[in-house]
Design a protein around this ligand. Structure first.
Ligand code: NDP
Length: 287
């Protein structure tokens, strides 16, 4: 029987409508519009699209957004100066610097310069450390999106074996930490490009999460029958956007599967809005 599709698009729509109510409530009670400042350096077309979408999402739920567009030749000092200004600006609650930044700029220094209180991407070392200690202020957007997809589709993680393929700082590593925490209670295996005999590991997964950036890499023989498969990958190919999972073949084996597009991506976007509202709550009220 083909797998049940985990529809990220409609779940994101539902969360946005919940958020819209919360934002209205917040504005009424605090006479302040939660506001996200997006910083875009250079003119990478993909980054421009990402930022445009993020601003559109903000608008849809009533969150304010600012765009700070800097030329590609911006120096590190100029970018740090802008971040310093946004850190101090009481009208700004969340700051995101769209990555990647041009090569003359040190990404780590930029991410560390963002005030942890306004770090709605949750990339600052302080927020990463808090996540590891299971007392997060903000959760990173893509891993949080994956967790919400599981939770809101009633897919149990407690006692399950989760295999995460890909150990990046923005997806695989934080997700593996989140699912191993008390509360989620999964047994987690984190795989990467040096994992020996990867198929023998992925076949053990009750829940398989793949975030590697290799089109259609996970084939049906790598998946345990009935497993839940979360495909984080977004790959631009001649056939359009595809994930890291061979969707057609794996759907025949898996119990649940996310499509690409329309799976994790929409949840990632909505989690940025969740973090921005939380940032405003923390900065404006004693929440
Ligand atoms: P990175 O390139 O930062 O990391 C890729 C990871 O995959 C690395 O840990 C790498 O291992 C591992 N890897 C690569 N090849 C293999 C292989 N053959 N076998 C096992 N592991 C492998 O990627 P990101 O985490 O930033 O992104 C991953 C994918 O997710 C991309 O397609 C990206 O576009 C997408 N993405 C989607 C988002 C969404 O909202 N849906 C958000 C963010 C990313 P090693 O460490 O050993 O090099």
């Amino acid at each position: 029987m083909p797998a049940n599709i985990l529809d990220g698009k409609s779940l994101a729509r539902q969360i946005r409508s919940e958020l819209r109510e919360e934002v209205i409530d917040f504005i009424e009670n605090n006479v302040t519009i939660p506001t996200l400042a997006a910083v875009l350096v250079g003119d990478d077309p993909a980054s421009e699209v990402y930022v445009r979408n993020k601003r559109r999402d903000c608008e849809e739920v009533g969150i304010g957004s600012q765009l700070h567009k800097l030329p590609a030749e911006t120096t590190q000092e100029e970018l740090l100066a802008l971040i310093g200004k946004l850190n101090k600006d009481d009208a700004v609650h969340g700051i995101l610097v769209q990555l990647p930044v041009p090569e003359q700029i040190d990404t780590d220094r930029v991410l560390e310069a963002i005030s942890p209180a306004k770090d709605v991407d949750a990339f600052h070392p302080q927020n990463v450390g808090r996540l590891v200690q299971n007392r997060p202020v903000y959760l990173p957007c893509t891993p949080h999106g994956c967790v919400q997809l599981l939770k809101r589709n009633n897919i149990e993680t407690s006692g399950k074996h989760v295999v995460v393929v890909g150990r990046s700082d923005i997806v695989g590593k934080p997700l593996s930490v989140m699912l191993a925490q008390r509360g989620a209670d999964a047994t987690v295996t984190l795989c990467h490009s040096r994992t020996a005999d990867l198929p023998s590991v992925t076949r053990l997964a009750d829940i398989l999460v793949v975030a590697i950036g290799r089109p259609n890499f996970i084939t049906a023989d790598m998946v345990k029958p009935g497993a839940t498969v979360i495909d984080v990958g977004i790959n631009r190919t001649d056939d359009g956007l595809v994930g890291d999972v061979d969707f057609a073949a794996v759907s025949e084996v898996a119990g649940h599967i996310t499509p690409v597009p329309g799976g994790v991506g929409p949840l990632t976007r909505v989690m940025l809005l969740v973090n921005t509202l939380n940032a405003a709550r923390r900065l404006v009220t004693s929440y």
